[in-house]
Design a protein around this ligand. Structure first.
Ligand SMILES: Cc1cc2nc3c(=O)[nH]c(=O)nc-3n(C[C@H](O)[C@H](O)[C@H](O)COP(=O)(O)OP(=O)(O)OC[C@H]3O[C@@H](n4cnc5c(N)ncnc54)[C@H](O)[C@@H]3O)c2cc1C
Length: 398
């Protein structure tokens, strides 16, 4: 594979060890994902078990897990670099370990107790177990602070009722982290609690969501809770602290989604740059000589350099514990909006060939839609991001 434009920026932005880690995942992505993704797409399958096993072997499911729990001892910036490297070929491939870590392992790392960490982290880091993130519901997407899934306290424990949907990786899940209403009368932000629920517990039913035409190789499921008994030891974080668990998790998750968007943009930039220098029209000369074509190439390059620099900076703030929710929202909005708007133009400058699956752009175009909506819809996140700018206005989002 010819050198990537994104690599030139990353070489400047990262230290040597980080860049070596990125290169190793990029090489894996070029060998194990790039040459296979078209075949997977055409056979409408999810990421095959063999590829998941290869990712596990490489340690991708345990990137930020401390070595004492069997992980790689890396951090969230490493996770973001994985998103860039795998997302270059396929967001579906990237989100599989990406969601397993940023939405599955992260709530446990951030809010779990010692015994929960000892019980789950080694198998999670090895890819033998997978947690999924049960926040969204059929009737509660952007309004996630007020779940309709309830957990009512009884003598034996809590009884969970209701349905979660859009749970990424549900097909492979061993457990779901459920955000449930425990006290509707409590003040804002203290009404809900998170529980770690095994998928094989009585009353838990999973169904794959059919008809999804973006992230096609990623599993997305609905999970029903039919009077499921959960116990004190299943609580993740504090009673009434569920929204805090979810919000803390989503800050890091949004950085990862931003990386997916930039992975797609980086692919489109390389694909288009090559094509417009090869494709000839009018006196057998390359279409890349047209300034309107050049404008799109340059716009993609500027969007990539600017957003990548910003993203790495915010990852550093995150690692230092200083990333605000508004900053995480803004980078996700910027990367996903700019990349998806530019993907349409990228396809346009390549002409009809861009709608063929084998050309690679249409996949990224479809997948970029999810980056605009997933982990908080951009339009709702804009409402959140304006909070510090308009402090006198009551904001609807908690
Ligand atoms: C492929 C995929 C994977 C996903 N994976 C997961 C997962 O693993 N776990 C999980 O819990 N969820 C997951 N989600 C769900 C995702 O987080 C929700 O789709 C998202 O939060 C938006 O919720 P909604 O789709 O119900 O849209 P709604 O809340 O119904 O909003 C629809 C639209 O209304 C507008 N809107 C809503 N509220 C506001 C507001 N306050 N201000 C301005 N405009 C507003 C926006 O345009 C928004 O897009 C996934 C979604 C997809 C598509």
């Amino acid at each position: 594979m010819a050198s990537r434009r994104i690599d030139t920026y990353l070489q400047d932005l990262l230290g040597e060890d980080r860049y070596d880690f990125y290169s190793a995942v990029r090489d894996f992505s070029d060998d194990a994902i790039g040459p296979k993704i078209l075949e997977w797409e055409r056979s409408h399958c999810h990421i095959p078990d063999e590829a998941i096993a290869q990712m596990a072997e490489l340690g991708l499911f345990g990137i930020p897990v401390p070595e004492e729990f069997g992980g790689q001892g890396g951090d969230h910036l490493d996770l973001v670099l994985m998103g860039l490297a795998l997302g270059y070929h396929s967001q579906s491939a990237a989100i599989t370990p990406g969601a397993a870590v940023s939405l599955g392992i992260k709530p446990l790392l951030l809010c779990g107790n010692e015994s929960q960490k000892r019980e789950h982290l080694p198998d999670l880091a090895a890819g033998k177990r997978m947690f999924v993130f049960g926040l969204s519901e059929p009737g509660r997407g952007s309004d996630a602070a007020n779940p309709e899934v309830t957990a009512a306290k009884g003598d034996a424990g809590w009884i969970l009722k209701g349905e979660k949907c859009w749970s990424t990786n549900a097909e492979w899940a061993s457990h779901v982290v459920v955000h449930a209403m425990t006290d509707p009368d409590a003040p804002n932000g203290q009404r809900s609690t998170c529980f770690i629920v095994p998928m094989d517990r009585e009353g838990v039913h999973y169904q794959e969501m059919a008809g999804k035409k973006a992230w096609e190789q990623s599993s997305t499921g609905s999970i029903m809770f039919d009077n499921v008994l959960v116990h004190e030891e299943d609580l993740l974080g504090e009673l009434g602290g569920g929204f805090k668990v979810m919000v803390t998790t989503l800050n890091g998750g949004r950085l990862f989604v931003a990386a997916l968007a930039l992975g797609s943009l980086a692919f489109a930039l390389d694909r288009c740059s090559k094509y417009v220098q090869e494709r000839t029209q009018f006196n057998d000369q390359a279409i890349g000589r047209f300034q309107r074509v050049q404008d799109v190439i340059l716009d993609m390059d500027m969007a990539l350099e600017k957003n990548l620099t910003w993203l790495i900076h915010l990852c550093e703030l995150y690692l230092a514990g200083n990333l605000s929710r508004e900053q995480a929202a803004k980078i996700k909005i910027s990367c996903s909006n700019e990349a998806s708007d530019l993907l349409v133009k990228a396809m346009e400058i390549c002409g009809g060939v861009a709608c063929l699956d084998e050309f690679g752009l249409i996949r990224h175009h479809n997948d970029l839609f999810v980056t605009r909506v997933g982990e908080g819809s951009n339009l709702a996140l804009k409402t959140l991001a304006t909070r510090p700018l308009l402090p006198e206005i009551r904001n609807i989002l908690q």
